[in-house]
Write a protein that binds this ligand. Structure first.
Ligand code: ATP
Ligand code: MG
Length: 480
């Protein structure tokens, strides 16, 4: 196998899929956790910093308003406090008056400039505005400077304090955290991969074992039975495999037996002919009568050989699928009368009385050739395996679903021990006795196949020395 094919097989294997599955199961939750932890740290750190600064700013706002710092920025204390806050949080603080003019900028860049931003306008209406911009990495806090009217007690904005602080420290922490998590993630990932490979090898081991055992059985080194009881599933597969193997062995044995039977049966008439021919040849000048007699015997053997071959051909045809059936609606009474008419001379020769009894006209969907073969053989057997002065009774009946054929005789009967085998190919009761009656033992095998092809059933009852009954049941309408 080429390297590419080995790789392709590995990709397709259960082992590879399990490895991928375990890795995904191990790594995906880690990644989600990683993103989740970093994200929630960022939000939490930003919100803590914002509220901390806002708290400090509120204290300053009160001092600014009460000292009227907006109009007079000379207060050294407030200026120093603003500067301190600006230094602590590494941010710029601006005080903007009601004319949106920057009165104070701790960075001294924008003093005197006009700032009309959305946040400033919103905050001027009396609310605290906070904004976090992760892209530019800064937090902006805008809080209103509210002055209380002594007479009415109402608060009115006189300006806003705007603080912009950098979030570099938060981002730095996040980077540090991210690197740490990444390292942990890598270590966990390696462990997960090792575990995944180990687990998948361990889990698929029984299947490998199974395939090896099957190889051993195939090459003949195994015990001939597959037993892998690691999982319930493997045990189930083993049981099914063993039963399949058993059936295959039985089939193989029956095939071998069939072949040897066929060869034997085909050889017998040939041997007889050879003996007859040799003996007539060895007699220098035999009389013509003897030649004629021997030739008649040879002719009989040829007939026998032809019958065996014809029977075998019929059997082979029966083994084919049911699609080969040529189903027609047939008058069974007429069919049986024809068969009986054909068999009458043989019955008369054997001095056997042949009676046909029909309870009703029966029309059924059958394959005429095959069903004729089946019925003929049953009736012929009843005549053949009978005694002089014996009788054969054929009766036909039907209900709305099935037709019933009964072939009954008071002949020699079938011994109990042979009953299970008479439908087997080439099986004949008492070979020596059967030989003089003549037959190949294929008749009942053909009969049974034909009946089964019509989804019917055949049963036999027999008492040795008393007689035999064959009961056949076939559906009137052919079931596909
Ligand atoms: N009605 C019967 N009475 C007694 N024995 C029977 C009867 N029918 C069948 N048998 C026995 O069953 C055997 C098998 O029958 P089957 O019809 O298959 O073969 P056969 O009659 O010997 O040969 P073939 O039918 O192929 O010419 C027969 O050899 C016979 O011993
Ligand atoms: Mg027969």
């Amino acid at each position: 196998m080429s390297n590419f094919n080995v790789f392709k097989d590995f990709i397709k294997s259960l082992r590879f899929r399990l490895i991928i599955l375990f890795i995904l199961m191990g790594v995906i939750p880690g990644m989600v956790l990683w993103a989740g932890v970093l994200n929630s740290y960022e939000q939490r750190a930003v919100s803590i910093k914002t509220s901390e600064i806002l708290g400090q700013a509120k204290i300053l706002v009160n001092q600014i308003v009460s000292n009227d710092y907006l109009n007079n920025t000379d207060s050294v204390i407030i200026s120093a406090e603003l500067q301190q806050l600006s230094n602590i949080y590494d941010g710029k603080i601006m005080l903007i008056d009601s004319g949106f003019r920057v009165v104070k900028d701790t960075y001294d860049i924008d003093t005197g400039k006009i700032i009309i931003s959305k946040e400033v306008i919103q905050s001027y209406k009396g609310t605290d505005i906070t904004k976090y911009d992760p892209e530019s990495r800064y937090i902006e806090i805008v809080t209103p400077l509210l002055k209380t009217n002594v007479a009415t007690g109402e608060q009115a904005p006189i300006g806003v304090m705007m603080i912009s602080v950098s979030t570099d420290s938060i981002n730095l922490n996040m980077e540090y955290l991210g690197t740490n998590i990444f390292v942990i993630q890598m270590i966990c990932g390696m462990l997960v991969i090792i575990l995944a490979v180990w687990l998948s090898i361990h889990l698929t081991k029984p299947l490998k074992k199974m395939s090896l055992s099957i190889d051993e059985i195939e090459t003949g080194y195994g015990t001939g039975k597959l037993i892998i009881h690691d999982y319930t599933e493997t045990l189930e597969i083993c049981e099914k495999f063993n039963s399949l193997l058993g059936r295959m062995k039985v089939l193989d044995e029956s095939r071998q037996e069939f072949v040897s039977n066929v060869s034997h049966e085909l050889k017998t008439p040939l041997t007889s002919m050879k003996v007859l021919a040799d003996s007539i040849n060895s007699m220098g000048d035999a009389p013509v009568e003897l030649y004629k007699e021997f030739m008649a015997d040879i002719g009989q053997e040829i007939d026998r050989e032809t019958k065996i071959i014809n029977d075998l051909l019929s059997l082979v045809k029966m083994d084919k699928s049911a699609a080969d059936l040529n189903i027609v609606s047939l008058n069974i009474n007429e069919l049986l009368e024809q068969i009986l008419k054909r068999l009458k001379p043989i019955a008369e020769k054997q001095q056997v009385e042949l009676v046909f009894e029909s309870f009703r006209p029966v029309i059924a969907d059958v394959d005429e050739v095959k069903i004729t073969l089946a019925f003929s053989n049953l009736i012929e057997n009843a005549i053949k395996y009978n005694n002089p002065e014996g009788w054969v009774r054929v009766s036909l009946n039907a209900d709305h679903q099935y037709m019933y054929l009964k072939v009954e005789d008071n002949g020699m009967g079938i011994p109990e021990a042979d009953m299970d085998h008479i439908f087997e190919r080439f099986y004949r009761v008492d070979k020596s006795h059967s030989r003089e009656i003549g037959g190949t033992g294929l008749g009942l095998a053909i009969t049974r196949s034909a009946i089964l092809m019509h989804k019917g059933a055949v049963k036999v009852f027999s008492t040795e020395g008393e007689g035999t009954i064959f009961n056949v049941r076939i559906p009137l309408k052919y079931i596909v």
